[in-house]
Design a protein around this ligand. Structure first.
Ligand code: AMP
Length: 114
């Protein structure tokens, strides 16, 4: 089922897009939890980590990580470090069922996460 992120991909609703390639899109989170908070998504609809199939999606996931590294460098947070998060399902409080990688940085993080 399509989500609000599909509308962002189709430019039906606005977003602050920071990176785009053939298969991947990245835009700033509307409710940032740190100075840098960017969502990196595949353009195809995969609801969550649970639907990832290693064989089928390996290249796409590689592209998402490449995008994360590229964006982190551009944002100036690569050296100090950053966090990449996939929330999966209700216990992880996933809200949008279109696979997304949170790229969070620009401040010292806490561990363990809440
Ligand atoms: P999750 O809880 O992992 O599903 O995270 C979904 C994220 O999407 C949240 O951090 C929201 O703030 C963010 N979000 C929801 N709608 C939008 C939107 N229209 N543009 C940018 N970020 C959004």
């Amino acid at each position: 089922m399509s989500t609000i992120f599909s509308k962002i991909i189709k430019r039906e609703i606005p977003a602050d897009i920071v990176f785009e390639s053939e298969n991947v899109l990245a835009f700033r989170d509307i409710n940032p939890q740190a100075p840098t908070h960017i969502l990196i998504i595949p353009k195809i609809e995969i609801p969550s980590v649970r639907e990832i199939n290693g064989k089928e999606h390996a290249a796409l996931l590689g592209e998402m990580f490449d995008a994360a590294n590229k964006i982190a460098k551009k944002e100036g947070i690569a050296e100090d470090g950053f966090r990449l998060v996939f929330n999966c399902g209700p216990n992880a409080m996933q809200e949008v069922y279109h696979l997304h990688m949170h790229l969070i940085g620009g401040r010292k993080m806490k561990w363990p996460p809440g």
